[in-house]
Ligand binder design. Structure first.
Ligand code: F6P
Length: 545
């Protein structure tokens, strides 16, 4: 760190020093002891948030720690930054764009004054209605049965997660498919299952310049022409983009281009026209309910003091663990099959946003930001990586997410699912000492010497923090609240770190370099590359001969 950078260091703040001391002091207080000492702990550190209930009591948290985290938030001007974001200031300073996502969510209950948003939210139901009613058909006049969303990153994860999550919402209107990766097997597999006459393609690309999306769209359009015998297959293609002129140049009819304002970032775009696949699949009402769930959280964040503000507190806990406990990983564990894609969705949301090492002014940070986000649906993970969660030497904070009622009840399966969910957070917190394990073994008749040795292997440290989020049922509204909760949690931590969570220059650089190498691979080499890359490219060229 240079001297200039050091002067901007968060770690120089007195609030930072206080938290460092509190982390040292609280490390010796076990989570289970906190519960023993305070019968009201669960009620004190939990609350309702839209359609969700959030329990954050199993964390290394008490009033002193919360006060110190709030003091840090105050010093980092968190409230001012959240207000600036809400009011449409250019908080995405490297791209000079606003990031006013509540403006999108409010559209479910009342229309706003932004003409670009008005155009988008007016056109979206028109497109959906025309397809559902059979007014807009394929070239042979048959109603659409399938929709393929071609997009990647934020133009894929959101609609894919929502379609999966909402598959219990009444009768689905169209079958949904998703093509993201440029691996030719992806689009081939989809085209092998979809009927050409009745398949609608959404080319979802904010920039309309993304290699994967353009290439998959070209493949789909060529397939449509070949399969229908028609040159004009434009009725089968709708574009969702912030670059309508590029979509038109690609051959998409202007009436079938859904324009999305430029300021809406890819990983935050599921609330916008990029949710078109969701509305085509689950209906416009379901999509609106999703927006409403996000709006519920916007209302909570705006109107609740920070001390009770659940998304803010979860964001503060992320800073607490990342910077004062040295935790660098976070597990997302949905105990709800339909949320199986949530860890992947949140991986982009958090890692593309918080993977930064300079602050908003370009000063190198002296503190870590962002976490590795990972996970899978419960109970599958229990038979795999939960071993590391339970007995690995590092603590990994976990989010357990579950619905209290299932759409598909079978015997006591759902009850067992929830018992496992609650049971895992309990075991992570309580652990089991070697003495307890030994006593249990002895009671089972295991010889004392063996019980003493095995007891050590069975011991679990415990004291591992987790949050539990429940919802009555996985409804569109609950899903909206869930996604908005994570967005605010990300903003809170990012605003404290003073980073810009809305840009992704590292990813952009990767796109640029792969374009250069693409050219190099087709003309036998690339200039100015290291010998390792040159050697790999030569091997590729040889394999094509
Ligand atoms: O992966 C980087 C990224 O810029 C994402 O933020 C975005 O969602 C994705 O690429 C796709 O970009 P586009 O929507 O412009 O095709």
């Amino acid at each position: 760190m240079t001297q200039d950078d050091a002067s901007h260091a968060l770690s120089a703040l007195p609030e930072w020093q206080t938290l460092t001391q509190l982390a040292d002091a609280s490390a010796s207080t076990l989570l289970k002891t906190r519960f023993q000492n305070d019968p009201n702990r669960a009620q004190c550190y939990s609350g309702d948030l839209g359609s969700l209930f959030v329990d954050y009591s199993k964390h290394h948290l008490d009033q002193d720690i919360l006060d110190a985290l709030l003091a840090l938030a105050d010093s980092a001007k968190l409230s001012e930054k959240l207000s600036a974001q809400r009011s449409g200031a250019a908080v995405n300073n490297t791209e000079n764009r606003k990031a006013s996502y509540p403006d999108l969510r409010q559209w479910a209950s009342k229309t706003g004054s932004d003409p670009e948003l008005a155009n988008m939210y007016d056109k979206m139901p028109q497109l959906v209605d025309a397809v559902h009613s059979g007014k807009h058909t394929g070239t042979t006049g048959k109603a659409f049965t399938d929709v393929v969303n071609i997009g990647i990153g934020g133009s894929d994860f959101g609609p894919r997660l929502l379609c999966d999550a909402l598959s219990n919402q009444g009768s689905t209107k169209l079958k949904a498919h998703f093509a993201a990766n440029i691996d030719p097997s992806v689009i081939s597999d989809i085209l092998a299952q979809t009927p050409p006459e009745t398949t609608l393609f959404l080319v979802a690309s904010k920039s309309f310049g993304t290699q994967e999306t353009r290439s998959n769209a070209e493949a789909a359009m060529a397939w449509l022409r070949a399969a229908t015998g028609q040159q004009d297959i434009s009725d089968h293609v709708i574009a969702i983009t912030s670059k309508p002129s590029a979509a038109e140049a690609f051959g998409i009819k202007p009436s079938q281009i859904l324009s999305v304002p430029e300021w809406i970032g890819g990983r935050f775009s599921v609330w916008s026209g990029f949710g078109l696949a969701v509305a085509l699949y689950a209906g416009m009402d379901a999509f609106k309910d999703f927006l409403l769930g996000g709006h519920d959280v916007d209302q909570h964040v705006e109107n609740t003091p920070l001390t009770d503000n659940i998304p803010v507190i979860l964001g503060l806990l992320d800073v607490w663990y990342r910077n004062f406990w040295g935790y660098t990983s976070q597990a997302i564990l949905p105990y709800e099959h339909r949320l199986g894609l949530l860890p992947t969705y949140l991986q982009q949301l958090f890692m593309e946003s918080a993977g930064k090492s300079v602050d908003v002014n370009g000063n190198r940070l002296g503190t870590g930001t962002g976490n590795v986000i990972w996970g899978t649906e419960g109970t599958n993970g229990q038979h795999s990586f939960h071993q590391l969660l339970h007995q690995g030497g590092d603590a990994i904070p976990c989010d357990f997410i579950t619905a209290l009622r299932s759409y598909n009840p079978i015997a006591d399966q759902h009850q067992a699912l929830v018992a496992n969910c609650f049971g895992q957070s309990l075991v992570l917190m309580n652990g089991q000492s070697a003495a307890e394990a030994e006593a249990e073994l002895l009671s089972q008749g295991v010889p004392p010497e063996e019980a003493a040795t095995l007891g050590k292997h069975k011991a679990m440290l415990g004291n591992k923090p987790s949050t539990t989020i429940t919802m009555e049922m996985l409804t569109p509204r609950a899903l909206g609240s869930l996604i908005a909760l994570y967005e605010y949690r990300l903003f809170t931590a990012s605003f404290i770190w003073n980073i810009n969570p809305f840009d992704q220059w590292g990813v952009e650089r990767g796109k640029q370099v792969s374009k250069l190498l693409m050219e190099g691979l087709s003309n036998g080499g690339a200039k100015d590359v290291d010998s390792s890359t040159a050697q790999l490219m030569q091997r590729f060229a040889k394999a094509q001969q």
